[in-house]
Design a protein around this ligand. Structure first.
Ligand code: SF4
Ligand code: SF4
Length: 503
């Protein structure tokens, strides 16, 4: 008998229009969560709303648009302090005694500063540039620029710059490990990066042997668990990223249970089948900037000083000081990940409460490095919920050289943001390893959609640059005069380093 104390009314209801339904049972086949089942006795399709995660797969696949998923009509008595989700979380924890887990990015209503920043447009004295007639440069080089022009004793220019990444567009796909996303999703990202002239990132799961061929468009990651890290791996990519932190779960490691460690996932991670893979929260050999510098140079040594090294950190309270230290480690790029960044699984409380918005972190870091005169030592990649080309433009004007994009890329692959990746039952074939679900995502179709997305963004970036009277992304980098804020306090404007609209 059901315990009334454990009962939570489902958050969503699957509503089927009997007048339209042709009983084709597509919804039953498509639901990875078993929310729709066919009852042979009654000949009816029955739904168990408690299993529905609102992934919208059945809605999209129903041939006659007979299904919709709606927010449940059942609600608690209205309470400005205790929302439905807060109450239900207490019930769940009282029932299980467990830590709440979730995925994707922080869904709470913190300020999204991108939406409070407006870009400039040229009028009269500084005319706009027509991107259809004039060349617009969106190519970006990531890596240290040196502090100025240097000449040898004969007066010849010294041209020995540190290694660089050459991007045709100012956007990269951010780290997602093989396991947290499927083989087909990885292949789509790798293929799209190759076609677009940019980079995707292995995450900390190693590099599947089939993807070595995408090496020149791959960033290989070294994280605290060192899974899948060996000499061939380090040399296979175009750059190496040391992951110190992640925006969605700063200060938190990861855990891949032994039950899921099998086949090519175990082989790629170099972990015995059936063993759990625990990524510690810290790197156990890094407790200072000096330790980090040692790892940077170990990786450079291992790769003949030919690959740029990126250090990825979560945006946290004292990020400007942390970045200042990182700029002195010999790393070529710092990647900062804001607290709205996505993840395959994270403790809910950490995801929703730790870290700071990328907009403030980015502005603080760029400002600090400029004040210290070391901005040229290192490039900045900003990530953590870049949702559109407008966010890209604003990030670059706040000081980024390029941006990392993950959630928007997942949306392009079919993700419907049900925030249930941690269950491993993604109906869209992305955050799953179940073979029947993985094959729902065509790597080729995914590649095409990712190329479309970034190509469209790049066209829009050129249009916005043209409207600002700028014809090169270089001229936009850190150009805060192009930005104005609306509805912000003077402290927020001060941190962002921009003026209020009307000024
Ligand atoms: S979980 Fe997805 S496929 Fe299943 S009923 Fe809900 S929306 Fe439909
Ligand atoms: S990747 Fe899949 S499981 Fe994760 S949020 Fe998107 S649709 Fe849901």
């Amino acid at each position: 008998m059901m315990n009334a104390l454990d009962f939570i009314y489902p958050e969503y209801e699957v509503v089927r229009d009997a007048a339209k339904c042709v009983s084709c049972r597509v919804c039953e086949r498509e639901c990875a969560n078993g929310a729709t089942v066919f009852d042979a006795k009654s000949g009816l399709l029955l739904t168990d709303d408690s299993k529905c995660v609102n992934c919208q797969r059945c809605v999209a696949m129903c041939p006659v648009m007979a299904i919709k998923v709606i927010k449940s009509g059942n609600g608690f008595r209205a309470n400005g302090n205790w929302s439905r989700s807060t109450i239900c979380e207490v019930y769940r924890q009282a029932s299980t005694g467990g830590v709440l887990l979730s995925s994707m990015g922080n869904p709470h209503k913190y300020p999204v500063y991108w939406d409070r920043i407006l870009i400039n447009a040229s009028q009269v004295t500084n005319p706009p540039i027509d991107p259809l007639r004039e060349p617009m440069e969106t190519r970006v080089f990531l890596g240290g620029r040196g502090s100025g022009v240097e000449r040898d004793k004969n007066g010849r220019l010294k041209c020995s710059l540190p290694p660089h990444l050459d991007l045709s567009i100012p956007m990269l796909f951010s780290a997602m490990s093989y396991w947290s996303i499927s083989y087909n999703a990885h292949e789509a990202l790798a293929g799209a990066a190759e076609e677009l002239g940019t980079f995707y990132n292995t995450g900390e799961g190693g590099l599947h042997e089939n993807f070595y061929r995408y090496g020149k468009n791959t960033i290989v990651q070294v994280a605290s668990g060192r899974f899948g890290v060996h000499g061939e791996y380090l040399n296979a990519g175009a750059a190496i990223e040391i992951k110190m932190g992640q925006g969605a779960k700063p200060g938190i490691g990861g855990h891949l249970p032994g039950s899921k460690m099998a086949g090519d996932i175990a082989r790629t991670r170099m972990v015995p089948e059936g063993s759990s893979a625990i990524s510690p929260a810290p790197h156990h050999d890094i407790y200072s900037i000096e330790d980090l510098r040692q790892l940077v140079y170990s990786l450079k040594e291992a790769t003949g000083y030919k690959k740029p090294v990126i250090i990825k950190v979560a945006a946290v309270h004292n990020i400007a000081a942390i970045a200042s230290g990182i700029a002195r480690t010999g790393a070529d790029v710092i990647a900062i990940d804001g607290f709205r960044g996505g993840t395959g699984a994270a403790p809910t409380r950490i995801r929703d409460n730790a870290g700071i918005p990328i907009e403030l972190a980015l502005a603080a870091v760029d400002g600090q490095l400029r004040r210290e005169g070391i901005r040229g030592n290192i490039s900045i990649i900003a990530g953590g919920s870049i949702r559109s080309s407008a966010d890209v433009i604003k990030a670059i004007a706040l000081g980024a050289d390029a941006v990392y994009v993950a959630t928007a890329a997942m949306l392009a692959l079919g993700c419907h943001l049900c925030r249930s990746c941690q269950l491993g039952l993604c109906s869209w074939g992305i955050a799953t390893q179940r073979p029947d679900l993985v094959k729902r995502l065509s790597a080729e179709e995914g590649r095409r959609r990712l190329v479309n997305l970034f190509s469209a963004w790049n066209r829009e970036i050129k249009e916005m640059m043209g409207a600002m009277g700028i014809n090169s992304i270089e001229a936009l980098r850190g150009n805060r005069l192009m930005l104005r804020g609306v509805g912000m306090s003077s402290k927020e404007l001060e941190i962002l380093g921009i003026r209020h609209a009307g000024e």
